[in-house]
Design a protein around this ligand. Sequence first.
Ligand code: ADP
Length: 302
Amino acid sequence: MIEVNDLSKRYGDKIAVDHLSFTVEPNRVTGFLGPNGAGKSTTMRLILGLDRPHSGGATIDGKPYHRLHDPLRKVGALLEAKAVHTGRSARNHLLYLAQTQGLPTSRVGEVLDLVGLTEVARKRAGGFSLGMGQRLGIAAALLGDPQVLILDEPVNGLDPEGILWIRNLLKALAADGRTIFVSSHLMSEMALTAEHLIVIGRGRLIADSGVAEFVERSSKRSVLVRTPQSDELTAALSAEGGEVTADGDGVLIVEGLEAPRIGELASAVRVVLHELTPQRASLEEAFMELTSDSVEFHAEVK
Ligand code: ADP
């Protein structure tokens, strides 16, 4: 379990992490979500003791990282896939880590297999693609067979097959009782991988909830109605408090009224319906809506 308690970090005037508190439980994948610049990497660095907080702290299974006895057996982390000696082979990079950390060297072959790098194990890591670099970083994180995994944007640079592979790997590791904390700026990716979400924006906690609950709470529900009598129906729905937006071709988007009520009202005013479909904002829309105030750099809309 990872516990973050009132964690804050400033860089000069910039508040990167702002009094964050949350818990990451074992047995499930917890997604750490936020737009770019939200403070995800900084939080992960603070959890791993790589940066000093201005307030608060974080513990892993009850201890701050620097007090862990055998850190690589307890926590595996991937923060920056490019953090390898470019002249070393993948195998030698892992051997060096195993030998300096007192881990069995037999584990090197196992993790190379697990991440699918066995064939290129003797090639220079400097020549690796971003996706291969990510796989090597994940291999290093798994070397000590840790109970806790902290991965910063691990799917960056992976091809679709690689993304599917890591999704299944993380789920399997969580099902095995491990604590998995994985960051992303993509809601769609997290929706498929994580069961639980910690969402932050501008360093602050926005949501700490299950994926389904997050969408339920943050998405506006609407109903798509198609009718050849849109004027009559708009009048009837508006009179009942519905918010109606015409979308062309006889399509109306209705907010504030549920589909059954819309059907009843249409029937009462003898309006024919060709379609009546409840809509739910997509996960990406829910995420954008929730974090729109906390995006650091907005694209200029012209
Ligand atoms: P994320 O991982 O969510 O994209 P970061 O944790 O990398 O966000 O960054 C959070 C904020 O802190 C950003 O505004 C970033 O520019 C700033 N920041 C991060 N690291 C440093 C640093 N070493 N020096 C100055 N500012 C930093």
